[in-house]
Write a protein that binds this ligand. Structure first.
Ligand code: FRU
Length: 494
């Protein structure tokens, strides 16, 4: 039975979606059907399609009582909205259905696990969250909340840990049929940890152990964990709040963290070996992964920065986009990402230039647009005379531009959206250290109207940023201080 709250949300989204023109949205990145979107939830493959749920407040382009929005796709690029899947309509989730995950049950039903939030008045008059893990079972469109909810609550967390920060369950099923689930939590030291739970049937869950502890190394509370095997290693993805910067690797604010190591299944113990940021740009958070039927591990993140949400005006009808689906792999202890290969099927209008000399600013015939896939490789014209700087500028007209620039002497790649039309005092630039041998660098830029994702050196690093520049600004130009040789291929993405 769908509740009144969910029925109203479904009615509302259906009507207000019609007010948003297709061309006011990204073309192949999933955006909020209407209102507000944050984290990807329940990213899964079910009944022959990919399902993406998301943190959703349909009534406003700002965060509010969380629902789960829902969309499906056959290729992860063309999305079709389905009616909202969950609404905050029970006592235990009356203040929000927070992030969670989805799996298929052996009987063919889909199981969702999410965080139910209930705000409780304290003795001193203040309010504090009670966060619990809850289930809903459905057929890919309609979901019934489990009558025994919540299935994990404060009784299931270690002593001294916070029941107000206990969220974002990520479930998976091992080959032997055992269900696992990783949940973010705040221990007594005020930082973050990931708790591991197991279940025989997906409904009755038991606390197992602390899978990974932050010990205040990377930010504080760890949100939105994902844990999976990849190329012989185990990978823990999480999104820490309240980060302090560490060199060019981690930045202030909400960040993303990838821990790579080994998982001893007998002891359920994870040993960390490597750590890195997942994305080095401005807008990327709370990613989730799915294993495709052909065995690829694909990740999608919320293409937004919590501290920079003011980038869009209040009167906009939608807010929030998902990143490109990215295929993950590990090479030499590093997480690599590539745009999913299905994107190549969207390419048209190829324009290619080889060994172009760039010195000062140049435009190239046929290279422009806001929905484009650009592959660039640059090298110094003269090895003994290294250039100072190279830049590609896009979403450009007389007034606006966003740029990605590279200083080979420092090996610093910078993304800069200061002139993208933003009217807010938020972060507009980010720099990252990259690997380049003597001014040689390979970039692939994917643009989709309001975003750019820059894949560096075949996926060794990615820098992502949104830019809400007016669509008419579709120029692209190249710049060098010094002399650069460049190969460039551009495709339109439609
Ligand atoms: C991360 C997050 C999650 C939470 C959700 C609420 O962006 O804070 O931890 O479940 O957003 O919308």
């Amino acid at each position: 039975m769908t509740s009144q709250t969910l029925r109203e949300a479904r009615k509302y989204e259906e009507a207000s979606e019609k007010l948003i023109k297709t061309e006011e949205r990204p073309a192949f990145h999933l955006s909020a059907r209407t209102g507000w979107m944050n984290d990807p939830n329940g990213f899964s493959y079910y009944n022959g399609e990919y399902h993406m749920f998301y943190q959703y407040h349909p009534y406003d382009s700002h965060w509010g009582p969380m629902h789960w929005g829902h969309a499906v796709s056959k290729d992860l690029l063309n999305w079709r909205y389905l009616p909202a899947a969950l609404a905050p309509d029970e006592v235990y989730d009356r203040d929000g259905c927070f992030s969670g995950s989805a799996i298929e049950l052996p009987d063919g039903r889909q199981l969702l696990m999410y965080t139910g939030v209930m705000r409780e008045q304290q003795k001193n008059g203040g309010f504090s969250d009670v966060q619990t893990q809850c289930l809903a079972v459905g057929d890919g469109i309609d979901y019934e909340k489990y009558e025994m909810n919540p299935v994990l609550d404060e009784k299931d967390i270690p002593e001294g840990c916070s029941r107000a920060d206990f969220r974002d369950p990520k479930m998976w099923r091992e080959k032997d049929g055992t269900y696992y689930c990783a949940v973010g939590n705040r221990p007594a030291d005020g930082s973050g940890q990931i708790l591991l739970y197991t279940s025989e049937d997906g409904f009755r869950w038991k606390y197992k152990k602390v899978l990974a502890a932050n010990n205040n190394r990377f930010g504080k509370m760890w949100e939105c964990p994902d844990f999976f095997e990849l190329d012989g290693k185990w990978v823990l993805l999480t999104s820490p709040q309240d980060m302090l910067p560490q060199g060019f690797e981690y930045h202030n604010g909400n960040g993303t963290l990838c821990l790579i190591g080994d998982f001893d299944k007998e002891a359920d113990s994870f040993t960390e070996q490597y750590n890195q940021s997942i994305d080095y740009g401005i807008d990327f958070y709370a990613p989730q992964t799915v294993l495709t039927p052909d065995g690829r591990r694909i990740m999608i993140g919320w293409m937004q920065n919590w501290d920079a949400c003011a980038i869009r005006a209040h009167e906009d009808l939608w807010f929030g986009q998902m990143s490109l689906p990215r295929e993950l792999f590990i090479k030499d202890g590093r997480l690599y990402q590539r745009p999913i290969r299905e994107l190549e099927g969207m390419r048209s209008g190829k324009v290619e230039y080889k060994s172009v000399q760039v010195s000062g600013t140049i435009n190239l015939e046929g290279i422009k647009g806001r929905k484009v896939d650009i592959e660039l490789s640059i090298r110094p014209e003269d090895e003994r005379n290294l250039y100072q700087k190279f830049a590609i500028r896009f979403a450009q007209n007389a007034q606006y531009q966003t740029s990605v620039s590279f200083r080979p002497r420092e090996d610093i790649l910078k993304i800069d959206r200061k002139f993208s039309g933003s009217r807010r005092a938020i972060i507009h630039q980010r720099r990252s250290k990259v690997n380049s041998g003597n001014g040689n660098l390979k970039l692939r830029l994917i643009m989709d109207q309001f975003s750019v994702e820059v894949f560096v050196n075949d996926g060794e690093q990615v820098m992502t940023a949104t830019m809400y520049t007016e669509k008419e600004a579709d120029g692209i130009s190249f710049y060098a201080d010094g002399e650069v040789k460049m190969d460039v291929v551009k495709y339109d993405l439609i």
